[in-house]
Design a protein around this ligand. Structure first.
Ligand SMILES: [Mg+2]
Length: 396
């Protein structure tokens, strides 16, 4: 079998790729909705993969893996990897999880990082009221993640929150030392959320990036009695193109609160320090950023050897990304906690993707399906009305 084409379109905000072959089998993959601008970057790789056998996934990846980088630039390579696995599974007549070594769980736990309700301010009361709604969501999540500190409206809207200045622009976020008031406000919001959740639902917190090491330690120690699942991305994370494992290690060694990072990191080599230095307790790579599902699986096994837990990121990965997360997570070792459940936006995404269970999430879990490949398809007829001008040949 040979790859004949790499196509890319943008559905809603999510780039979607389709790799076609000379045997009529094609593979699909999706990129985060925040990366709608990646289409030209994705198409750059076409010249490197056409003519290759897509079922030799690793051999194809060797040609392009070096031509990627941290978030967002690893997404293009990651999408190609996942589309190749989709083809390989369809060619073998097997679900992708079988090609990764088989599933060790029949249903995968997900955590809520995408089913959101508008926040009415940044007070502890607002956090509690918002958490009530997420706790009551029909998905029955057993873990809910919420943004606080620099991963929230607090630095802009809580007076004297930190000794610094917010930068303008979507990615010009804040960084700097918290005031005592800022730290106390943050802890009060966490306490308010825990009052709602009790010990019935786990609470994870996305915190930055942008905290200093002393503030990260103070926050982690202050919430120790609250048994939060993890504190995410306090020092680096998100779109930060480096890791700073030594700083994380200092924080992690100072507290019993689990420390988490990793969603922006590309390739196993860039997890080596975090894992081997025991710099964090939990890592959260995203299959759509790390370099694909087999890359993430390898990192999960390496992490397990070092006593580090897995909570893969996925909030913006869309419904085709969701299928990849399910197939992969079914195979991860027992250091797996849950992956971050993505939703389809706009709503019509649910009308164009075929193959997902209905409802998708029950009691906080998704049952792993058994169709060949990733097991989801785009309904071409239903999708055509959403294809941007110029992409009419996407399904040809
Ligand atoms: Mg995060």
């Amino acid at each position: 079998m040979k790859i004949t084409d790499l196509k890319c379109t943008v559905l809603g905000n999510n780039p979607v790729i389709r790799i076609t072959t000379d045997e009529g089998i094609s593979g699909l993959a999706e990129v985060e909705g925040s990366k709608h601008y990646l289409k030209p970057h994705i198409l750059f790789y076409k010249q490197h993969i056409v003519g290759e056998d897509p079922t030799n996934v690793e051999r194809v990846m060797l040609k392009i893996r070096r031509l990627g980088s941290f978030k967002p630039w690893g997404s293009s390579v990651s999408a190609i990897e996942m589309a190749l696995w989709d083809i390989a599974g369809k060619a073998a007549g097997l679900p992708v999880y079988k090609l990764l070594g088989g599933k060790i769980r029949d249903k995968v736990r997900v955590y809520n990082g995408a089913v959101r309700f508008p926040m009415d301010g940044n007070s502890p009361e607002a956090y509690a009221a918002n958490m009530e709604k997420m706790k009551a969501a029909p998905e029955g999540f057993t873990i809910i993640k919420q943004g606080i500190a620099f991963h929230s409206g607090m630095p802009r809207e809580v007076p004297d929150f930190f000794y610094g200045e917010m930068q303008k622009g979507a990615f010009g976020t804040g960084r700097g030392p918290l005031t005592e008031r800022g730290l106390k406000h943050t802890v009060a919001c966490v306490e308010a959320m825990k009052d709602v959740l009790g010990d019935e639902v786990g609470l994870a917190l996305d915190c930055g990036p942008g905290l200093t090491v002393p503030d990260a330690i103070r926050l982690a120690k202050a919430v120790e009695p609250l048994n939060v699942m993890w504190l995410e991305d306090m020092i680096t994370g998100d779109y930060v193109p480096y890791v700073l494992a030594d700083l994380y290690r200092e924080v992690t060694q100072s507290t019993s609160t689990p420390i988490h990072t990793g969603e922006q990191i590309y390739l196993r080599q860039n997890f080596k320090d975090l894992i081997e230095k025991h710099a964090v307790n939990v890592i959260g790579p995203d299959p759509c950023d790390i370099g694909g599902i087999a890359e993430l699986k390898w990192v999960a096994e390496h992490a397990d050897l070092h006593g580090i837990l897995m909570a893969p990121h996925g909030t913006g990965d869309g419904l085709i990304g969701l299928a990849a997360l399910v197939q992969m997570s079914a195979t991860l070792p027992q250091n797996y906690i849950a992956f971050e459940y993505p939703v389809g936006r706009p709503e019509w995404w649910y009308d164009i993707v075929e193959g997902l269970p209905d409802p998708i999430v029950e009691d906080g879990f998704i049952t792993v399906w058994d169709r060949p490949g990733m097991g989801v398809e785009l309904n071409a007829e239903a999708t055509k009305q959403y294809l941007p001008e110029g992409d009419e040949a996407f399904f040809d």
